[in-house]
Design a protein around this ligand. Structure first.
Ligand code: PLP
Length: 406
């Protein structure tokens, strides 16, 4: 087959219009190459990316140690089923266990799958009459049907019913409401330590500790969905370490393979055997490519001191964004833990995202009014300042237009 000349962005958009199911809202730009915190489009324009890979690009685009590990592994052994052992999968599990609470791992490919595994494990580990899981308003756990039911946001349920039974929703941050929902059928509490899609909502002081206490008192499992918060995002390996509250089950995905698809559910050695043979599986889970990328990502974070860098760059963002908030009345609140950053606006965020794109700065908006930044842990101070300069310009410009204060 003759090789066609590469398409420009418009050509790619036309291709999608004909052949790709339109279930995503997309910007009309085709991206072709990435390196660190920069990404290039088909026209050769360079963008500073503060939302690389929707949180998966924690190490920036194409991190060299991950690229090398994958290139080496892909020529050696691409995939074997989980009826065989591979040293790589064992080493990957060991590396995650040693950096977390010392348990065991089940590997899969995406955040929603890791949460499905957690939901099954909860049901398998607790007595038959206990099946309810308490989750939180504004939370997000993924798009498969179990995770969708766990996600307490009506907009994600529309047209999908009947949903899987057994989830009860509590207001975020309200410990008394959680306690009131616990009954003889409750098996677990499941929460993102910081809500990501829900607008970078940090729990009130003592809330996660309170959930741990309730779980212990009522013999429930505590599940942390660390798909977005985990793996260094907050400046600690895992957000639970930041808050000093250890879960019984933790799910990881997004960044865990340095930008490749991969996910894990971790649990204690006491709970793990409840996911007994035959009850759960993922064909590609823990495959040699994902495992080599996962190990390389961990080594890169440690060798390059990226957790420390995340904390340093977080301080730059905190200082700059606080300044911007003082200068610009449309900024209501700045919330950040490590490099998980939310800027709550008094106006809709979509025009800000669009204006930043025109200035070649990539950001995200969630919950209509929250600008979300999930920059790479190896972002430089200069890049952080450059991004804040651009963002400040755009916010002031929109504020001066009197853009729809709410
Ligand atoms: C907290 C959380 N859980 C689960 C998911 C779902 O992950 P995936 O899209 O990999 O299935 C996401 C995705 O954004 C997430 O932020």
């Amino acid at each position: 087959m003759a090789k066609d000349a590469p398409l420009d962005s418009q050509g790619v958009v036309r291709l999608f219009e004909q052949y790709v199911i339109p279930n995503y809202g997309r910007f009309p730009v085709a991206l072709v190459r990435g390196e660190g915190s920069y990404v290039w489009d088909a026209e050769g324009n360079r963008y500073l990316d503060l939302f690389p890979g929707w949180g998966c690009g924690l190490l920036g685009h194409c991190p060299a140690p991950v690229v090398r590990a994958v290139q080496d592994q892909v020529a050696r052994l691409i995939h074997v089923p989980n009826t065989w052992y591979t040293e790589l999968q064992g080493r990957w599990a060991e590396a995650l266990s040693k950096r977390s609470f010392g348990g065991q791992a089940f590997f899969c490919n995406s955040g929603t799958e890791a949460n499905e595994a957690a939901i099954k494990l909860v049901r398998l580990h607790t007595p038959k009459n206990r099946y309810k899981i308490i989750t939180f308003e504004g939370g997000f756990h993924g798009r498969t049907l179990g995770s969708t039911a766990a996600t307490a946001q009506p907009k994600y349920h529309e047209g999908l019913g009947p949903l899987m039974a057994g989830f009860v929703y509590a207001p975020h941050g309200d410990l008394a409401a959680v306690e009131a929902l616990i009954d003889d059928e409750t098996a677990a509490i499941m929460i993102e330590p910081i809500q990501g899609e829900g607008g970078i909502r940090v729990p009130p002081e003592g809330f996660l500790q309170g959930l741990r206490r309730l779980a212990d008192e009522h013999n429930l499992l505590l599940v942390f969905d660390e798909v977005q918060t985990g793996f260094g995002r907050t400046g600690d390996w895992f957000a639970y370490q930041h808050f000093g509250v250890t879960p019984d089950i933790m799910t990881l995905a997004k960044a865990v393979c340095g930008g490749l698809a991969g996910a894990a559910m971790l649990t204690t050695a006491q709970i793990a055997p409840s996911l007994r043979p035959g009850m759960h599986a993922a064909t590609f889970g823990g495959n040699p490519i994902a495992a080599s990328a996962g190990i390389a990502a961990i080594e890169m974070i440690e060798r390059q001191g990226l957790l420390e860098n995340a904390r340093k760059i977080s301080d730059v963002f905190r200082a700059r964004l606080t300044e911007i908030q003082q200068e610009c009345e449309i900024v209501r609140e700045v919330r950040l833990v490590g490099l998980m950053i939310g800027i709550e606006l008094a106006i809709a965020g979509a025009p800000i995202v669009k204006a930043c794109l025109a200035r070649r700065l990539l950001i995200n908006c969630t919950h209509q009014t929250v600008i979300r930044l999930l920059p790479a842990l190896n972002l430089t101070e200069e890049q952080a300042h450059e991004a804040c300069d651009l963002l400040s310009e755009v916010l002031k410009e929109q504020a001066s237009r009197g853009n729809g204060q709410s």
